[in-house]
Design a protein around this ligand. Structure first.
Ligand SMILES: Cc1cc2nc3c(=O)[nH]c(=O)nc-3n(C[C@H](O)[C@H](O)[C@H](O)COP(=O)(O)OP(=O)(O)OC[C@H]3O[C@@H](n4cnc5c(N)ncnc54)[C@H](O)[C@@H]3O)c2cc1C
Length: 628
């Protein structure tokens, strides 16, 4: 089909192998993979920049992210891709983040002694008392997140370190957040690492600073995550794909279980239709369903409307000071300000700031589209940010010379009580289409990181080339902190051969195996048999040697005969040798059996203690949000 005007309002574009909706990490990675597999694509992006939530914005040369985007992955395929795209511009950066509470900075992840020191004597006493109360009289049934935390830390620590921030992020009381949210995150624990840390502790120098080699590091593009995705878009275009900005998809035409076209509406109201063989969508799955033409049944539409999101505002402030603090970001727990987290972009990469005498802060407000903050004019938000920075004593109002605001719709897919059923309905209905796949964060309503979004794009592209990956199953065990086991590049052969090749999460079986390895148990029968055999045979041998080597006429082993005090009827003779073989064998077996049981009891007790401690430790990480 050639490009032509179909009618006055809708231009029809030439048909492509593949139409990709959204130029975020998922869409761009899919397009890159498609190009490597020899498939052309057109990428339709609603915004005027690429990168989606992982974009970098620029204001008068000062760069800032939506939040801050660490590049961290266990998937070597993703790591290689990042390197391939950015080369030397992909920096390794140190990480430091702390909690700001009532004028003090606390280590993050939380460390109990540091927390108690920072809280002062009186508050510390109250914290300890409330912890003891939780130990003595815990909630019998943990019905919500608040119960879960209070049972492990007590009420006061919950109020100081968990309540405010969690409620700022999710906009609902902790008592309305399901207990699964916490336990799900605990499941993501890398047990061996956690055990090692629990057993050895983290290494600190005398003055209490974390030894520098142990400070966590992460990758970050020199000019922010947007650099990665801008470069990726350039690569994709160089390989023949088209990237259309300001091209929001408003309608998806379909028939006979196939998508026929997607229609974008330009700013001037004109529409363009893009046809293709295959369609990949990273737009929010609910919006995708609502834009289907003809419309799906009412039940499906209802499910599409049921999915909820949390929106996000970054207020970027330019501060006329060279250095403010060392952290990449600070969690703000103080209830007297509305800001939830503050990024210091200069600490992410010095090149984020064009003037070394200045610093850019990103104040993060977790909001709901249409609420007071979302609707507030930019100047008001900048003024609010300025006041809050001064109140937190991070800089004075006069030092803040300029600012800008970025609103991000649907930054967080919400996992509420309704989402699972709604998603199931949508998946069932969309699953009927032969040539439509949903990829990425909002495309799958998945609270993920970039690497997960990218892998859904990679596998969807491979499906276009004939593979049969289940893209909904990418790392299904882990929905936040990705720890995929896929270590190999998905091979051309297996993809072309249609072999199912889905990355698997580290599942519960593997956790059990790790526990088994770390805390091996003694087999009572085996230890009993070993002790019995060694004891019985050993004494038989000694007795036999005395009997054989004692010259005739001399009494055999007078000292050895003392064994008669321990073994019934024992004498230093052949009879005695076989008697002691039986008695020592049997006695040894029981002694070994008992010893193994006792050791196992101790190991079990220690394991339970450690697991409880680990659970608490990982709960200290629970604020991580995206930077997990
Ligand atoms: C505050 C915050 C901090 C984060 N920190 C990290 C981090 O440290 N590390 C990390 O790896 N991840 C982080 N993430 C997650 C990361 O941003 C996402 O995993 C990633 O951006 C998802 O990529 P995506 O392509 O699936 O979706 P998106 O980034 O949402 O991209 C989707 C694209 O589709 C476009 N689109 C939507 N609707 C339409 C339409 N109708 N027509 C055309 N285009 C459309 C959007 O404009 C967007 O560009 C963070 C997220 C947030 C909110």
């Amino acid at each position: 089909m050639t490009e032509h005007q179909e009618n006055h309002s809708c231009r029809v574009r030439p048909e492509r192998d593949c139409v990709v909706i959204g130029a975020g990490p998922a869409g761009l990675t899919a397009a890159l993979e498609l190009s490597k597999l020899g498939h052309g694509s057109v990428i339709l992006e609603a915004d005027d920049v690429v990168g989606g939530i992982s974009r970098t914005n620029e204001y008068k040369g000062f760069r800032f992210d939506v939040g801050g985007h660490r590049f961290f992955t266990r998937v070597s395929y993703v790591q290689d891709l990042w390197r391939e795209i950015l080369g030397d511009e992909f920096l390794v950066r140190p990480r430091l983040s702390r909690i700001h509470y009532r004028g003090k900075l606390f280590d993050y992840p939380l460390r109990p002694m540091n927390a108690l020191r920072g809280l002062g004597v009186l508050e510390s006493i109250l914290v300890v008392l409330s912890y003891l109360r939780a130990v003595v009289a815990p909630f019998r049934r943990e019905r919500n997140f608040e119960h879960w935390v209070r049972n492990r830390f007590g009420k006061r620590l919950f109020q100081v370190f968990f309540k405010t921030y969690t409620e700022k992020v999710w906009g609902i009381p902790c008592s309305e957040i399901g207990v699964e949210w916490a336990s799900q995150r605990i499941k993501d624990l890398d047990l061996i690492v956690a055990l090692r840390n629990a057993l050895l502790g983290s290494v600190r120098s005398k003055d209490g600073e974390v030894v520098s080699s142990l400070i966590e590091e992460f990758h970050y593009p020199r000019y922010g995550p947007g650099q990665m995705w801008t470069r990726c878009a350039e690569l994709v275009e160089a390989r023949g794909a088209e990237v259309h900005l300001k091209a929001p998809v408003v309608r998806v035409g379909h028939g006979f279980r196939r998508v026929r076209e997607v229609v974008v509406r330009r700013a001037d109201g004109s529409e363009e239709s893009f046809g293709g063989e295959q369609f990949l969508s990273s737009m929010p799955i609910g919006e995708l369903v609502l834009s289907m033409d003809p419309a799906p049944p009412e039940g499906v539409l209802e499910a599409a409307r049921a999915l909820r999101h949390r929106d996000f505002i970054t207020v970027a402030l330019i501060v006329n000071r060279e250095h403010l603090f060392f952290d990449n970001w600070i969690y703000i727990h103080s209830p007297d300000v509305r800001v939830g987290r503050i990024q210091n972009y200069k600490n992410w990469s010095p090149d984020m700031v064009p003037d070394a005498a200045c610093t850019t802060l990103g104040l993060e407000y977790f909001v709901q589209e249409g609420d007071d903050l979302w609707n507030a004019p930019d100047e008001e938000l900048i003024a609010l940010g300025r006041t809050e920075i001064a109140r937190l004593e991070l800089a004075s109002e006069e030092e803040i010379t300029d600012g800008t605001v970025l609103r991000m719709r649907k930054a967080y897919p919400v996992y509420d009580g309704a989402y699972k059923d709604a998603l199931r309905v949508l998946c069932l209905w969309l699953g009927e289409f032969d040539n439509l796949q949903q990829i990425g964060r909002n495309g799958q309503h998945r609270y993920n990181n970039q690497d997960h979004a990218m892998m859904t794009g990679v596998f969807a592209a491979r499906n276009v080339a004939g593979a049969t990956h289940d893209i909904w199953d990418v790392n299904v065990e882990r929905d936040y902190h990705e720890q995929l086991k896929v270590d190999e590049r998905p091979s051309e052969a297996s993809a072309a051969g249609g072999e199912r090749q889905v990355p698997a999460g580290v599942g519960p079986e593997e956790l059990d195996a790790q526990i088994e390895r770390a805390f091996g148990r003694y087999d009572p029968v085996a230890l009993g048999a070993a002790v019995g055999i060694v004891g019985g045979v050993g004494l038989w041998l000694v007795t036999a040697m005395f009997v054989v080597f004692t010259p005739a006429g001399e009494s055999v082993g007078p000292t050895l005969s003392l064994l008669g005090n321990y073994f019934l009827g024992y004498t230093a003779s052949w009879n005695g040798a076989f008697l002691v073989l039986a008695e020592a064998g049997l006695g040894g077996f029981f002694a070994g059996w008992l010893l193994a049981r006792a050791i196992n009891c101790l190991v079990d007790w220690e394991l339970r203690r450690l697991l409880r401690q680990l659970e608490r430790q990982s709960a200290l990480n629970i604020l991580e949000g995206e930077h997990g």
